[in-house]
Design a protein around this ligand. Structure first.
Ligand code: FE2
Ligand code: FE2
Length: 281
């Protein structure tokens, strides 16, 4: 008997492309991947450690999960009656994330091959606790855009600066260029929703952000306490970048919108909130 979605079992993480009209439709968005300097690959295979292969495999899966998150966000924004240009952007970000998925999978192949990864595709996105459409959408947006994407940008920039490879530097630069607007969607959504959220909602969103911060800290560090390079970040490079980003790019812009991340959550990820919040994201 076929397992239902709720009973889905972990299965190997695999990707495929169908081609035909669907390949042609996607071609302009993924063209940059083909233009990366893949001739560097043989040298990378020799230089890459198992950690590097694991980091790029995990990155491919994280990008796939981000596609699922923006698909959920687009549906939630529709249910909340959000401005249609914002909804369209969320839908379009699904495509960005799928292109990032392919790019990361191809880099994993270039550094010696992806590692085996068991995943449960039925559980890519944690459902929101709130049932009211606006607050449910806000939960998803805070978790993905205001925390996940906002942290990703500075951490990936550090990875790009320390890559030591033209191929990986260019791949990360292309991904970073998209992730910045993925984070911005969160701040624009919260500003649009501000008048519709009350103090209880904002307190709830602060707890959601704190929980998400704790969740991202080990996710992004997983397996990367080896030396930095080829997209991997060692703890000495990762931890300060994460703590700074948590304070400057997550807690501070949330505080400027009346959403306080619990101090215990900030302490848990080593973040120190500047006493002078600014509205800048
Ligand atoms: Fe991405
Ligand atoms: Fe993203």
């Amino acid at each position: 008997m076929r397992a239902s979605r709720a009973e889905a079992e972990p299965a190997p993480f695999e990707l495929s492309l169908l081609g035909g009209p669907w390949g042609r439709r996607l071609a302009p968005r993924r063209r940059w991947i083909d233009e990366l300097p893949w001739g560097e690959a043989p040298a990378l295979v020799a230089a890459a450690t198992p950690t590097v292969r694991q980091v790029w495999t995990s990155t491919a899966f994280s990008e796939y999960a981000s596609a699922a998150a923006f698909a959920e966000i687009a549906a939630a924004l529709l249910a909340a009656g959000a401005p249609i240009d914002l909804v369209a952007a969320a839908g379009d970000f699904v495509v960005d994330e799928l292109v990032h998925t392919e790019a990361a999978a191809r880099v994993a192949a270039a550094v010696g091959g992806a590692v085996a990864l068991e995943v449960d595709l039925g559980r890519l996105v944690r459902p929101p606790d709130a049932t009211a459409p606006l607050l449910a959408a806000a939960e998803l947006v805070v978790r993905t855009s205001c925390v996940g994407e906002a942290l990703t940008v500075p951490v990936l920039k550090r990875g790009r600066d320390l890559a030591g490879s033209a191929l990986i530097e260019q791949a990360l630069a292309a991904i970073i260029a998209d992730e910045a607007s993925h984070a911005q969607l969160g701040w624009w959504f919260l500003d649009w929703a501000a008048e519709r959220l009350d103090d209880d909602d904002r307190a709830h969103l602060g707890r959601v952000a704190g929980h998400a911060l704790r969740g991202f800290a080990p996710l992004l560090t997983a397996g990367s306490c080896a030396p930095s390079g080829l997209g991997a970040l060692g703890c000495a490079d990762y931890d300060p970048a994460f703590a700074r980003a948590a304070a400057r790019h997550v807690a501070r812009p949330l505080a400027a919108r009346g959403i306080a991340v619990p101090a215990a959550d900030l302490r848990a990820v080593g973040a120190d909130l500047d006493p002078e919040p600014s509205r800048a994201a």
